[in-house]
Structure formats: C-alpha cells, structure tokens
Design a protein around this ligand. Sequence first.
Ligand code: NAD
Length: 264
Amino acid sequence: MQNTFLRGKTALITGSTSGIGLGIARALAQQGAHIVLNGFGDANEIKALQTELTKEYGVTCVHHSADMSKPVEIAAMMEFAAQQFGSVDILVNNAGIQHTETIENFPVEQWDAIIAINLSSTFHTTRLALPAMQAKNWGRIINIASVHGLVGSVQKSAYVAAKHGIVGLTKVTGLEMAHTGVTCNAICPGWVLTPLVQKQVDARAARDGLSNEEAKKDLVSEKQPSGEFVTPEQLGALVVFLSSDAASQVRGAAWNMDGGWTAQ
Ligand code: NAD
C-alpha cells in the first residue's frame, strides 16, 4: 500500500453507490481515508462495495442511505458519520439527478427535486460539516458541479440553475473559510459515461435510430472537442489532488475537466 497520505482522515461522499461518486470514494480510500458511502441501490451490492473497499485499502467503510432531498435525513447522516469517526474531514457533495425538458413543459416536481438534491443538499451538508472542520482547522469540501455550472444547454433548466448555484455556493464557502485550513472547491466535469448519462444516450439512440455506440459517439462529440468521455477515475484523481497540501491555496475555484467543452 503506497501513497496513503489521507490515512486517519474520514471522507463522506454523497451519491457514491454509483458512477462518479463511487470513483471518488475508491480514489480517496486508496489514499487511506475511511469512507462514508451514501446513495441508493441494492443492499447486497452496497454491502459488497463496503467489503471491497475495506479489503482492498484497509479502511473502514460505512454506508448511510439518507435521501439528499430531505434535510432531516441529511442531518441524521452527518450525525452518524460523527458518531462513527469523530468528524468528516473531506466532504464530497456529488449526489445528483437529471431531467431534460423544455422550460414550459418542465414538471414542477422535477424542478423541486433537482434543486433539492443537486443544490440544497450541499448547503445542508456544508453547514453541518463546517463546525468540526473549523475546530480542527483542516477540511476539504469538494462540490461536484458540472460544465453546466459554467454554461447552459437547452432542456436542462433545473440542472443548469442548480449547478450554477453550486459554483456560487462554492465561492462563498471558499471565501468564508479563506483564513482557515478549510478549502472549498468545485469540479466541473463534461460528459462522463455513468448511469445518469446512459439514460441520455438511450434517449438519443431511440430518437435518431442509432446503436448504443453511435449514440455515445454522437452525444460526446457534439459538445466535447476531445471526442472522449471523462472517467470517474480521472475525477477521483482530481479530488485526491484537491485534498492534498499542494492544493491548500486552491480556494473557491470551479475547475473544469471537460475534454475542452468550455474552452470553445
Ligand atoms: P449516477 O446516476 O451514476 O449516480 C448518482 C448517485 O447519486 C447514485 O449513487 C445515486 O444513488 C445517488 N442519488 C441520487 N439521488 C439521490 C438522493 N435523493 N439521495 C441520495 N443519493 C442520491 O450519476 P453520476 O453521473 O455519477 O453523477 C454524479 C454527479 O456528477 C451528479 O451531481 C451529476 O450532476 C454530476 N455530473 C455528472 C456528469 C456526467 O456526465 N455523468 C457530468 C457532470 C456532472
């Protein structure tokens, strides 16, 4: 086991039973951090994930199933993490959902759910994590925004609004913590092939009569000049860097990893 500079620290990653969050959990566990997983899924599969991380990296891995749209459940999760490990040192706000529709047809309940899960949950976890981080004078808050925190796309009103909100909240958190050892930054990924994006690939395949491979290529090339997906492993590596001492003066940043999407 090498490079374990986070040994003894605790990382809580929301929405980490799948996709990007799981990639980030693996990367932080690899550096020795104890892990609090959160997210939905099959209980046996989640148990298997916990066992895998514990066996592979020698860390303690627990899971809390709080629904990120519910402040009371978020508070219970933060309390659970504190009871298990004392406090949360690295908070990764990653849970997110998507719904695509024009504004005039956008279902109101989908708007409310996206704002609650993709934006307000980060306010709640952050406000509850900060006191212990301030007491230790060390902490890392890393918010998984999106290129849609920087630019817009049609039919994604709630998602783009929430992600722009996350970038704003990141700046304020970074500024309020500027004289402490607590940093807060956002990561803005382009397309990453996860279950969230596979749904959009499937919709495109059905709409345009394309195969899965053709629809993936079509989707990624439309916005991302590299023509390639970003991977959860690459995002995990960026989270590890932002958790390191080398990143102690990266504060309030919105750091894109998007195959050139927002350079255009
Ligand atoms: P995913 O669907 O693979 O995973 C989402 C995770 O969030 C799962 O673990 C799921 O169980 C959890 N989750 C969903 N609703 C929840 C709720 N109410 N409470 C608790 N957990 C909940 O999605 P992903 O693509 O890995 O997305 C993760 C984050 O990355 C999201 O915030 C998303 O907006 C962002 N993002 C994704 C992409 C992409 O291309 N996939 C690009 C930019 C940003």
